[in-house]
Design a protein around this ligand. Sequence first.
Ligand code: GLC
Length: 527
Amino acid sequence: MRSHEWWQHGIIYQIYPRSFADSNADGVGDLRGILGKLDYLSWLGTDAIWISPIYPSPMADFGYDVSNYTDIHPVFGTLDEMRELIAAAHARDIKVILDFVPNHTSSEHPWFKEARRSRNSEKRDYYLWHDPAPNGGPPNNWLSVFGGSAWEWDEETGQYYYHAFLKEQPDLNWRNPRVRQQMYAAMRFWLEQGVDGFRVDVLWHLIKDAEWRDNPPNPDYVPGQAPYNQLIPAYSTDQPEIYPIVKEMRSLMNEFDERVLIGEIYLPIRRLVSYYGTAGDGAHLPFNFQLITLPWNARQIAAAIGEYEGVLPPNAWPNWVLGNHDQPRVASRIGLPQARVAAVLLLTLRGTPTLYYGDEIGMRDSVIFPEAIRDPQGKNIGISRDPARTPMQWSSATNAGFSTAEPWLPLGHGYEHCNVEGQTQAKDSMLTLYRRLIELRRKEPALCIGSYRPLVSGGDVIAFVREADTGNRFLVALNLGPRPALLPLDTLGTGQVVLATESRRESERVSGRLVLTGDDAVVVRLD
Ligand code: GLC
């Protein structure tokens, strides 16, 4: 595996810091909390942690509204504690990836406060200001992801400013070279602190149409979907001028050893892969969200894997994501039995896996009563992300061992039964399945860096072969449905089950054909 970089053979674990572990009894997770759980992460087999934003922020969007890019919010700790966390993680061979939020600042950022002072402010052009349309309304029809117009009227200076998200999150003007320099300086600051990479927030949003043309209506819009989807964001996102920017970010990363540039990008596969750049000069890993966005259906998922493998540019490294802080949890979306199948898929596909905290114990979306909703998206458009952001369930103790104080979001229902402590030793727990899958993947080059070959299957089955240079081969077969299925093995020969969602199958010999019960996934070492 020396032939590959750590971010190719490793596993990334996303921490939502408010909800991971609270060390100082204020009900909100913090850096010391994470520090105290590094041994757990290392036991699990994590190679890197990506931490959602920990910068100073008024928390209108829980940290995705940054008011200072080069410091730590006191609720999470201090810069010294961040340095301590980086050192402690590195001592365990765990890399640290920060969330970087370049598309917008907080409206409380000193730049925006200065920019809105007057039209002549020297920071005015850091943001996107526009005169009203002739009728006095917003300059165009663009919508905010969080509901309503994306334009906010500024009474003082008589212009609108653009915000793709909350009005408390004004978009930066990435056509302004000074903005670029400032943001690159902030990235450099963290790289110099020893941070191993960035997950760049909404990378495909950074540049907007120079002529501010109206977005076209979306003919496929179905009422009940987020109102933002009423328009196709053809002019407000994914503009060609984004590529030179990604390239600049990449060359900054290249000045340092072994750093990774990850982009948060929700786009169709063919558009997504363009963010790899043309000659290895783009993002290392444009996040691939297909396992989240597609219906959990074998035919569609197999086709998507095939399409992705087919359109990856030469030398581009694939990646797969199963959950994050913006999406319903996998165990709630597809049910617990299939969440086990999904774990096998995530950890046997070719490409870097990213897993979301709590999914390794099968945490489910929690019920959050309307009066307890914290997420601004939930408050504004009724699609709350809080259910997937509840405190990590460490044990059956008070507050699930997350905090000694009342947590900032209610605990998941049933944490007494679904927690790390209870699952650590249990042979058939989700946690044991994850830990063993990760262990197998780390041990077997075929599974972590080997080639991928799909097998023809049908119905609810997905099957493929992973093969190392040495000729070591594994068959992976997954049943995405509840009914039993039979997979003919044709020329594959014989083998032995080494890992399965039902552990009693392990060490079973396989020859000629493979029987899968409902909701079954197996990894077979081929002879
Ligand atoms: C990204 C983040 C999300 C945030 C939004 C605005 O999609 O993942 O949590 O609300 O950007 O920054």
